[in-house]
Design a protein around this ligand. Structure first.
Ligand code: URA
Length: 410
């Protein structure tokens, strides 16, 4: 393999053959292809794109760079969902235990937040004791017992993606559809799934700003998944305003707990049921009843206990991770709220310390916003727009300023 020729071929808009892509990814994983050549190739892919065959080859090569889950022959349907990420998106915390009330297994591998979007692993770790580092053997044992495991990507799963994602992050090559498809789908396909539902977001707080781009990404992911024998459905969802009423790790866990106890906000419940219905055996009505009657909540408690979390702390979760400053932001006018800009709220939450600027940064579980008002809500002067949870008065001042700036009244 002459790597410079392959980089030039892609730079000129040519098509890379399956064998060429496999050799490139294998050499990169083994450390035989240096970062500078892989960065150049990623940039060529960013500008020239990849066709469906190349994207499938890249996904398969990244998948095969590591271990793939293997399940017993008589396993129940293996299902999962993936979201392209958003602000206040705590759906996984509700959906995984909800699906496990059904006759399916849910081996959910999630990521951490980066930039303004939150990550499921950070939210899980806001539950004291919860361990997201689970081996394949332990994951299988837990699935056999309770039907659900929520974990991070281990060193053995898609190592090529781990290396390539880190490079893309610092070379301006993240927003490339074939690279995103291969990155997301290789990790999901490593779960050896039967069914996958993809929640592809569009709007201010999403990766894909326009619905058209979101549709292109959704279709590309579906085609790759189906070419590998997985039943893939895609739902496009707006991320123009935060999901639910809370943004921030522990605050989102609180809202997920409320939802699992049948007291969830309408938009969060609706999207959870929309997604769950796509991969469940049970009907939407049955799934909704498991949220209302405590069945999903009991499954969540089982999940937390199985992964080392103190389930007793869930009863008094609202007292855990208190922020030093908690301040109500009141409306200074009457009117209907036309917009709560998701990206601005995400930035404000990031600045409070709920997110990270670099992958190795720590997050502060306690900070963020709760009681966020929703678009379309009619407000009087003095009504609550949101409650800010901050580390200091000056942080709260800045967050309040940013939050107010995110609002548009009709
Ligand atoms: N999430 C991933 O895992 N990879 C991407 O490329 C984008 C989002």
């Amino acid at each position: 393999m002459h790597v410079p020729s392959l980089i030039e071929k892609k730079r000129e808009g040519g098509e890379l053959a399956d064998g060429e892509i496999r050799s490139l990814i294998a050499a990169f994983t083994d450390g035989d292809l240096p970062d500078y050549q892989m960065s150049a190739l990623a940039m060529a892919i960013f500008f020239r794109g990849m066709n469906a065959d190349e994207t499938a080859s890249l996904t398969r090569a990244m998948l095969e760079s590591g271990e793939v889950f293997s399940w017993p022959d008589d396993h129940p349907p293996i299902v999962d969902k993936h979201s392209t990420g958003g602000i206040g998106d705590k759906v996984s915390l509700v959906l995984a235990p909800l699906l496990a009330c059904d006759e399916v297994w849910v081996p959910m591998i999630s990521g951490r937040g980066l930039g303004i979007t939150g990550g499921t692993l950070d939210k899980l770790e806001a539950i004291p004791g919860f361990n997201v580092n689970v081996s394949q053997a332990d994951a299988l044992a837990q699935l056999e017992k309770i039907g659900v495991v929520m974990m991070g990507q281990t060193a053995d799963i898609c190592p090529a993606d781990k290396k390539l994602y880190a490079l893309r992050d610092v070379t301006g090559t993240v927003p490339s559809i074939p690279l995103i498809v291969a990155s997301i789908m290789s990790k999901k396909l490593a779960e050896s799934l039967d069914r996958l539902v993809l929640d592809v977001k569009h709007g201010s707080g999403a990766f894909m700003k326009s619905e058209d781009d979101a549709r292109l990404l959704a279709d590309a992911m579906r085609v790759v998944g189906e070419s590998m024998g997985v039943r893939v459905t895609t739902l496009l969802n707006s991320m123009d305003e935060p999901l639910g009423h809370s943004v921030g790790n522990a605050l989102e866990v609180r809202e997920a707990i409320d939802t699992l106890q049948g007291r969830g906000p309408g938009d969060l419940v609706a999207i959870t049921l929309d997604l769950a219905t796509e991969v469940a055996e049970a009907s939407r009505e049955q799934l909704a009843s498991w949220l209302d009657d405590g069945t999903a909540w009991e499954k969540f408690v089982d999940l937390v206990e199985a992964q080392g979390g103190g389930a007793t702390c869930l009863d008094r979760y609202a007292e855990i991770h208190p922020a030093p400053v908690v301040r109500r932001i009141e409306s200074d006018r009457a009117g209907t709220l036309a917009r709560v800009d998701a990206a601005s709220v995400g930035h404000a939450s990031l600045e409070l310390g709920a997110g990270r600027a670099r992958a190795e940064d720590a997050v502060d579980f306690s900070v963020g916003f709760s009681e966020i008002a929703k678009c379309g809500q009619a407000l009087s002067r003095g009504d609550t727009l949101a409650v800010v949870h901050a580390r200091s008065g000056s942080d709260a001042d800045e967050a309040e300023r940013r939050f107010r700036a995110s609002l548009t009244f009709e």
